[in-house]
Design a protein around this ligand. Sequence first.
Ligand SMILES: NC(=O)c1ccc[n+]([C@@H]2O[C@H](COP(=O)([O-])OP(=O)(O)OC[C@H]3O[C@@H](n4cnc5c(N)ncnc54)[C@H](O)[C@@H]3O)[C@@H](O)[C@H]2O)c1
Length: 340
Amino acid sequence: MILLTGGGGYIGAVTVRELLDKGYAVRVLDKFLYGEDPLTEFRSRIDCVHGDILAMGEEILDGVDIVIHLAGLSNDPTAEFNPSANRKLNTDATQRLAELCKKQGIKRFIFASSCSIYDRGMMAEDIIQDEDSMVEPCAAYATSKHAAEQALLALADQHFQPTILRQGTVYGWSPRMRYDLVVNTFVRSAFEFGRLTVHCGGEMWRPLVDVSDVAKCYLACIQADLKDVGGQIFNLSHKNYRILELAHWVKKALDEFVEVEIDVEYGSQTARDYRVSTKKIERVLGFRPAVSVEQSARHMAQKVMAGTHADFHNPKYYNIKWLEMLVEVEKHLKRIGTIF
Ligand SMILES: NC(=O)c1ccc[n+]([C@@H]2O[C@H](COP(=O)([O-])OP(=O)(O)OC[C@H]3O[C@@H](n4cnc5c(N)ncnc54)[C@H](O)[C@@H]3O)[C@@H](O)[C@H]2O)c1
């Protein structure tokens, strides 16, 4: 049985399908901050545990032989909204889950880390960074992911063999949709306004990867020989793209659906900027992501045209908007009690 934490999330919901399709038994542990609808289709085929990674008991690992750990805060704005909660969720809970796994003899543990660990800002030297590059993350999100990586590697031995995937920014369609990721934001913006706005001249580099390729990569890690992936860090990206290039790919992909203009703004110097090498994952796992930005944007457009996730104003698609709203409502509910 595979335990997938955060299985109700954007990447998780796509991964659940991939694992079930390949015949794995799946247990999802999720607080379902964004609701349970994304898993409706799979509900009868998975063991679905509604729970918090900050409060999980050892029994969550009963019958489990592999863990894929995705749960937590998943971008910069939500991490900065509450840095101490972010540290608890992204670092401390990861370490605790790893310790529980080690205690129970679960060796295989895949962790969803992030290439944002490499970010050193637009003024830094423009180099391609690999898994051995020195990193000095300073943002709350990247720092918490890096600290989690270090905690996992410190626990690694023959009884516990974590695999760390530093994922590029993800794009593509999921049953739990996010429109706060750069390519998905462009698709939404194209339909809503017919315009894509690119900041800082669009010069920033970013590694990106399609959500279905991320799910396939988890599978590749599970199926690989543990001696090849245990205790290893891998970058995962389809390609390094400049943001302006992304805007052009999205415009091209959506050509048949909507007319799109690209607005380029100059000025701000604070954008994230980094590019990475994927040679290690290609060499060791033979894994090469297949879905391009153009293909993925076209697929998202088809879904939108069919009316799926086309209610762009729904705050659930934007993690920070949704969390801010939940916190505000939670405050009021404490005072009001039930509404009716
Ligand atoms: N999406 C990306 O571009 C990207 C890139 C690099 C790394 N990652 C990492 O991949 C993982 C998944 O990202 P995503 O885009 O699917 O994010 P997401 O926000 O859609 O999903 C996160 C899931 O974790 C759950 N969760 C949050 N707090 C929880 C708690 N206390 N207990 C149990 N469950 C909890 C949420 O309910 C949600 O279902 C995250 O760890 C993220 O940091 C994502």
